[in-house]
Design a protein around this ligand. Structure first.
Ligand SMILES: Cc1ncc(COP(=O)(O)O)c(C=O)c1O
Length: 356
């Protein structure tokens, strides 16, 4: 069982705030509010043991590119396994991770040897820190979340490839978590063949809005994938998930329309919060088409988080240090209605009240 608190936990929020789980405006995740439409699922997908369908491998190759690949029940399952496997295959030196980012990485690596951090908020500072540490041969393995959740921090593929090359000399791996890269696919490392010491994680949960089917893909050298495959065992991806993913990964029209929709709505989604946040003394710390995070004093973040929850709006509070917390707002589904008001109007009214 994971010990970390995550977004989208409506059962726990309902228990705390006394509200039915169906009555939330859930902005606490970065999962696309426009889920890929579920196709008809044949009886055999439910009935048979889910051996990997070659159509899923073909769909993954056409969407992600032709690389060595392993499908798993979410990228989370691989995040938990990678540290011990990469330590076996590579360097025993410290793993470097962002100080702010999806915490399951730090949780997994900290169980398995030394870790160190670079800035998860400031990519220029992070670049300096990583460059210096690489020069001094202080990095065993390097973990990058690109783009970072919740900070939106990004690195170019060129920079990442140059770091991978430097890590090669000391048997180090570069792990790049690209769970949120589908809105900007050209920024992915998968646009070119991968070096032997690079591992790329992709998630079907975020852009496709399909977190419930639990599907992720890992791209890496054969030796890494073989160790992972042994650990996850047979039938890691259930039959219905395979059917849905084959349709989603092959549907290039839906994908390109969705990229346009999310890009077009991004400004509108930000503007709901921006003026009020500025008035309250907070500032935008990072953004992505699927979320935006504002930085503020912890007390203010806690107050807003609680007040929103009392109004049935669930947002994500990320504590950074004693001076700073982030509030991350996922996208509002404009078609959702609460008490005869659209979710958009409802959120607008709440944040206006807070900033007055
Ligand atoms: C950056 C990042 N990576 C990976 C994951 C895991 O996603 P999944 O297991 O659904 O593929 C998450 C989930 O929130 C995430 O935010």
């Amino acid at each position: 069982m994971s010990l970390l608190f995550h977004g989208g936990d409506l059962q726990s929020a309902s228990a705390i705030y006394g509200r039915d789980p169906s009555e939330w405006i859930d902005l606490s995740t970065g999962i696309n509010q426009y889920s890929y439409p579920i196709p008809a699922i044949e009886q055999r997908a439910w009935h048979q043991l889910p051996y990997l369908d070659p159509k899923l491998s073909a769909a993954a190759a056409s969407y992600y590119g032709d690389h060595g690949c392993l499908a798993s029940s979410g990228s989370q399952s691989i995040i938990q396994l990678l540290p011990s496997i990469l330590r076996k295959l590579g360097s025993a030196g410290p793993a470097w991770l962002p100080d702010v980012g999806y915490q399951e990485h730090a949780h997994a690596w900290s169980k398995c040897g030394n870790t160190n951090t670079y800035s998860g908020l400031d990519s220029a500072l992070a670049t300096q820190q990583i460059n210096t540490a690489l020069e001094d041969k202080r990095i065993g393995h390097l973990l990058i979340i690109n783009p970072n959740n919740p900070t939106g921090e990004r690195f170019t593929p060129q920079k990442l490839r140059s770091w991978a090359q430097k890590l090669q000399a000391s048997n180090g791996f570069l792990v790049v978590d690209e769970a949120f890269i589908d809105t900007t696919p050209n920024a992915s490392l998968l646009t070119e063949p991968l070096a032997k010491n690079v591992v790329v994680l992709r998630s079907v949960g975020k852009f496709f809005g399909l977190a419930g089917i639990r599907l992720g893909f890992t791209f890496a050298a054969h030796s890494v994938l073989a160790h992972l495959a042994k650990e996850i065992g047979p039938w890691a991806v259930n039959g219905p998930a395979q059917t849905v993913a084959i349709a989603a990964l092959n549907d290039t029209l839906w994908q390109s329309n969705m990229r346009t929709t999310l890009a077009n709505e991004s400004l509108q989604q930000r503007n709901i919060w921006q003026a009020a946040m500025t008035a309250l003394g907070a500032y935008q710390a990072g953004s992505h088409e699927l979320f935006r995070s504002f930085s503020m004093a912890p007390k203010l973040a806690q107050k807003l988080h609680q007040s929103a929850a009392k109004h049935g709006i669930l947002i994500r509070l990320v504590a950074i240090n004693s001076n700073t917390s982030l509030l991350r707002f996922g996208n509002i589904d404009p078609s959702q209605n609460i008490n005869n008001a659209s979710a958009l109007d409802y959120c607008h009214t709440w944040i206006q009240q807070e900033s007055e």
